[in-house]
Ligand binder design. Structure first.
Ligand SMILES: C[S@@+](CC[C@H](N)C(=O)[O-])C[C@H]1O[C@@H](n2cnc3c(N)ncnc32)[C@H](O)[C@@H]1O
Length: 202
């Protein structure tokens, strides 16, 4: 099933299903992820707009997503919060933006959704639209090294695959080099299961 169909199907339940995770796990992580980002900012795979509350005040923000239903939710949230963000229905694999359009790019839980064969192409697109001195923040899941936590994640995996088309172990780092990107820093922001990759054009 295509990712667009999966997200059009889950859109109306997305925020409700994720509420406990958003509250206890994601909020502080999102806040930290925007630290230091400036200028023209792209939120790739913007979803229902759960990053809106954390955009730095001085950034000019553009959000893209493949799913019209997720974008519909993002538009309602934009109106509710008064967020200054331009939203476009667009595939990260075929972005319409000219080269070097953005100073900062974030993707939160997008790469765990993208199939392995699309990881490199998506990274290449982020590099293309990122200015040479720009910064890209990629927030992703990783499988825990703790056996008990890893066991719980494996129990969740079939649901996450069905409901979100996502996997916990995409290992996006392995495609950075070949996509022309350099890993500046890898930090875990929640236990050893949510990691922030800071990358820049090589
Ligand atoms: C797990 S959700 C994350 C949403 C949001 N970033 C967040 O942190 O809550 C993944 C999002 O990526 C979008 N998506 C999946 N494949 C995409 C693609 N190829 N191009 C753009 N967006 C995509 C989905 O429609 C969905 O809204």
């Amino acid at each position: 099933m295509s990712k667009q169909i999966i997200y059009d199907r889950i859109a109306r339940l997305y925020d409700i299903l994720d509420l406990p995770f958003e509250h206890f796990r994601y909020r502080p992580v999102r806040m930290e992820m925007f630290d230091g980002l400036t200028g023209d900012l792209l939120d790739a795979g913007v979803g229902t707009g759960r990053n809106f509350a954390y955009y730095p005040k001085d950034c000019t923000v553009t959000g893209i997503d493949l799913s019209p239903s997720m974008l519909g939710r993002a538009r309602s949230r934009k109106a509710r919060l008064g967020t200054a963000v331009e939203l476009f229905e667009m595939n990260v694999l075929e972005m319409d933006f000219p080269d070097d359009s953005f100073d900062s790019i974030v993707s939160t839980f997008l790469f765990c959704v993208l199939d392995n064969q699309h990881q490199q192409a998506a990274l290449e697109q982020l590099r293309r639209v990122c200015r040479p001195d720009g910064t890209i923040h990629i927030l992703e899941y990783a499988i825990s090294k703790n056996p008990w936590r890893a066991f719980i994640m494996k129990l969740w995996a079939p649901w996450v695959r069905y409901a979100y088309g996502a996997e916990f172990d995409r290992n996006t780092e392995q495609y950075l080099d070949v996509a022309g990107l350099e890993l500046v820093e890898k930090q875990f922001l929640y236990k050893d299961i949510i990691k922030l990759l800071t990358v820049r054009p090589a």
